[in-house]
Design a protein around this ligand. Structure first.
Ligand SMILES: Cc1cc2nc3c(=O)[nH]c(=O)nc-3n(C[C@H](O)[C@H](O)[C@H](O)COP(=O)(O)OP(=O)(O)OC[C@H]3O[C@@H](n4cnc5c(N)ncnc54)[C@H](O)[C@@H]3O)c2cc1C
Length: 428
């Protein structure tokens, strides 16, 4: 049985919070044709208690409320809830070049997790680890790390929906955790720890990875096909490899075999990765509707420091950090990062076209037909069509047909003119 009733497949981000919340073990996470794991409910065990829907971060009513509030703030995107004093910084984990090289941006998320662990404020980090895998498998999995080495091994951004249910269910009473996640997942897990009887006695600090959108694991598989990596090869995938790059907007895509040899390593602005990403190819359906970017509920949000030449000039990467709680301010100060403060309006303007599209247009995208003139004008129709067609064609007909479809879509949408899809200066 697939998702029914209050859990909606088109809004599901495969986070597994519904399974972690179910007191009856009635939910299993099952990978669909697009390789995203979504809940499957066992009717025999289900008592209709409603906890799965209550804690689903993307339940329709919650998404609608968020979209309404996002649309209301037109032109002035809040980075913290009303009444919360947020502080923002440009920063990087100076003195740790090796760590930063393996991190997505400035290595801030990992450094804070390590500091909290070292100071014994937490005993576990819930995050994601890259895994050796092949076509049709997940390329990143949720992990609960207890040691500095385990936390360090998780650096980087993994562009895939992550099922956190096993990780959450493995936590023991009284656990004190730091968790990284995309805004949707952080929202859900935060509520779970605040209100669910099983998690209420645990402690959670949250770190949101500011997010434009996510893609299904098919994205990495299709890209491996395009780069002619052998069908049966096993590899780790890193779309933010920093080997030899000239600036922090020019990452490589890297597929590495178990013995460390590179099966593909090339600049992503030159090898087609960026075009694929920006077109929303293989985007998760829920991400096309998502009205969240900063995750104002998180204790801290971290994003790439993009937008100014001097910010990306250092190829090791820098981060923009928004801190919303006293405890995180203390941990941040204890890390002794290299920092410079940022004004809220400056932060709120970052990736502006993306924000306008994602937040200002949120209600239009949710309430009106995807074929409505407004949704055609704002690029939503094209985005949904590209995302759906690439996912569907790849699942049913494989890479060659998908490449043809993608080419046709690209030509049709450009019409020989400059594309209108909201862009930001660098890819996510
Ligand atoms: C899908 C996605 C889209 C993003 N889009 C944008 C964007 O549009 N603009 C922008 O500025 N930033 C975006 N980011 C955030 C950015 O890529 C970095 O994650 C962020 O700047 C933190 O970098 P860091 O060097 O401080 O983290 P690191 O020190 O590299 O640590 C990152 C931590 O996050 C964990 N992690 C990695 N991937 C995931 C995941 N999918 N779910 C949960 N935990 C994970 C890692 O295990 C690690 O613990 C996105 C991230 C993701 C995953």
């Amino acid at each position: 049985m697939t998702v029914e009733g209050t859990l909606k497949k088109h809004l599901c981000i495969g986070c597994g919070i519904c399974r972690a919340a179910c007191p009856h073990g009635a939910i299993e996470m099952v990978a669909g044709r697009d390789l995203v794991r979504r809940p499957s409910i066992d009717r025999e065990k289900c008592t209709s208690c409603g906890l799965c829907a209550k804690f689903c971060p993307n339940a329709p009513a919650k998404i609608a409320a968020m979209a309404a509030s996002a649309a209301r703030t037109r032109g002035a995107q809040p980075i913290a809830p009303e009444g919360v004093l947020a502080r923002s910084f440009l920063c990087w984990d100076s003195g740790n070049d090796d760590g930063r090289r393996r991190s997505a941006s400035g290595g801030i998320a990992t450094a804070i997790a390590l500091k909290l662990l070292e100071e014994r404020k937490i005993d576990a980090v819930i995050h994601v680890r890259r895994v050796l895998s092949g076509r049709g498998e997940a390329h990143g999995v949720a992990a609960v790390s207890h040691t500095a080495d385990e936390v360090d091994a998780g650096r980087g951004s993994i562009y895939e929906p992550i099922d956190f249910s096993d990780a959450l269910l493995s936590l023991k009473d009284g656990a004190r955790c730091f968790m990284t996640g995309t805004p949707c997942v952080v929202r859900g897990v935060k509520t779970l720890f605040a209100e669910h009887p099983r998690y209420r006695k645990m402690k959670l600090y949250t770190c949101a990875l500011v997010c434009s959108h996510n893609v299904t694991p098919q994205f990495a598989d299709y890209f491996a096909d395009r780069k002619r990596i052998a069908k049966d090869a096993r590899y780790t995938v890193d779309f933010r490899d920093k080997t030899g790059i000239k600036d922090a907007g020019n990452f490589n895509s890297c597929y590495a075999a178990e013995d460390g040899t590179n099966l593909h390593l090339a600049n992503r602005n030159k090898n087609g990765w960026t075009r694929l990403w920006r077109s929303y190819a293989f985007a998760v359906p829920a991400c096309c509707k998502c009205p969240d970017f900063w995750c104002v509920e998180a204790d801290i949000s971290v994003k790439d420091a993009w937008g100014k030449k001097e910010w990306i000039a250092d190829p090791l990467g820098k981060s923009v950090v928004i801190i919303r709680s006293e405890e995180m301010r203390n941990a941040f100060a204890a890390c002794a990062f290299e920092t410079s403060p940022l004004e809220t309006p400056e932060v709120a303007q970052m990736q502006k076209p993306q924000l306008v599209y994602k937040l200002d247009e949120a209600e239009t995208k949710l309430k009106r037909s995807v074929l409505s003139p407004a949704n055609i004008r704002n690029g939503h129709f094209r985005q949904v069509l590209t995302a759906w067609l690439t996912r569907w064609t790849y699942a049913h007909f494989g890479p060659f047909a998908t490449a043809v479809v993608f080419k046709v879509l690209t030509i049709a949408s450009s019409g020989g003119r400059k594309r209108k899809m909201p862009q930001h200066k660098n890819p996510a």
